[in-house]
Ligand binder design. Structure first.
Ligand SMILES: [Mg+2]
Length: 336
């Protein structure tokens, strides 16, 4: 009965949702608006943060919209590796199904040929990713190319995660472990440490629940039932567990930082998202933490986009985004 009422409420509230995406007939109500919001939100957060990447908080004029510049000298609305890698992952899933070697090869195509880039070249790549792709080129084995050591726990796999909850989110909640398995697998080619893998499993589950219209407070609660299910199968890394149990609620900057470390990056993204009143407020809070601002923005943008949907992203942020055609192609492939 509760499910029926919730479904009815969603229909009433989410007027923009014309179609349901339930490829296998599994799971709750998936909203196309929220699926699209997850991917577009990633790119919007990435593009907003690009202009102040590597700058310490308090040393730059606060970001309020797209602006030119930053270390890669981009034009306003242009995005970086976070979105490029998400586009590569999406293209792999829609063209080849689930194939880790194909995913890694498409990252190599981006690195070597500038495919999936906003301007035709690879201009922004993390150290861990570069090393892993060199490994892959040598071994052609994406299952072992990612560094498993805890010291290599960058945020490079959660920043590109959106295609997983968009394509496989229907597995939630009935087949939660399968969804978490896809999230874990997507991390391995470049980021195979337990911290990175745990972060992907947790974030994909949160995004899938938000895409299905679950309540934000409930999803981010330490008592959230799916969190217990994730831990029952394979306990999350203790540092990811601490975040899932609400570390972002009782910390504030400077304890919250826009770091490239997956743990602090995920925490910062949830800090910016959990009490924000709108998509825009959330992503601006995230990017104004500075430092790895584009990636904090990309992760927070996925959360905020999944929660508020594409229709919750202000028009000026959607129309100002560069190469929307690439995002539309990726979404068309994922939402078949
Ligand atoms: Mg970037």
């Amino acid at each position: 009965m509760f499910q029926m009422i919730r479904s009815l409420m969603n229909k009433l509230v989410d007027g923009s949702t014309g179609s349901l995406h339930k490829p296998d007939g599994v799971g709750g109500k998936v909203s196309t608006d929220r699926q699209r919001g997850t991917f577009i939100g990633l790119a919007v957060g990435d593009a907003l943060g690009a202009a102040v990447e590597f700058q310490r908080p308090g040393t730059f004029e606060l970001v309020t919209g797209y602006r030119d510049g930053g270390p890669h000298r981009l034009n306003a609305g242009e995005w970086t590796d976070d979105t490029s890698m998400a586009l590569a992952l999406a293209d792999s899933i829609s063209s080849s199904g689930w194939n880790l070697n194909d995913q890694a090869q498409r990252y190599v195509n981006w690195l070597q040929e500038g495919m999936y880039s906003v301007n035709g070249r690879c201009f922004d790549i993390g150290i861990t990713t570069r090393y892993a792709l060199a490994q892959f080129c040598a071994t052609k084995d994406a299952l072992t190319s990612g560094n498993r050591s805890e010291g290599a726990s960058g945020n490079g796999s959660i920043m590109r995660l959106a295609p997983i909850p968009i394509r496989y989110g229907h597995l939630y909640p009935a087949k939660l472990n399968e969804l978490a398995g896809f999230a874990e697998g997507s991390s391995l080619p470049t980021h195979a440490s337990e911290q990175c893998v745990s972060a992907c499993r947790y974030l994909a589950t949160v995004l899938a629940a938000l895409i299905q219209g679950e309540d934000r407070e409930a999803v981010l609660s330490p008592d959230w039932k799916p969190l217990r299910q994730l831990n029952a199968v394979h306990p999350l890394h203790p540092l990811i567990q601490e975040i899932a149990h609400g570390s972002f609620r009782h910390r504030n900057p400077p304890e919250i930082v826009g770091s490239g470390w997956v743990v602090k990056s995920l925490e910062a993204s949830l800090w910016a998202f959990h009490e924000a009143g709108s998509f825009e407020e959330a992503v601006l809070k995230a990017v104004n933490l500075g430092n790895d601002s584009d990636t904090t923005g990309a992760i927070c943008g996925q959360l905020a986009g999944a929660y508020w949907g594409e229709s919750g992203i202000p028009e000026h942020l959607r129309s100002g985004l560069a190469r929307m055609d690439l995002l539309e192609t990726a979404l068309a492939g994922l939402l078949l």
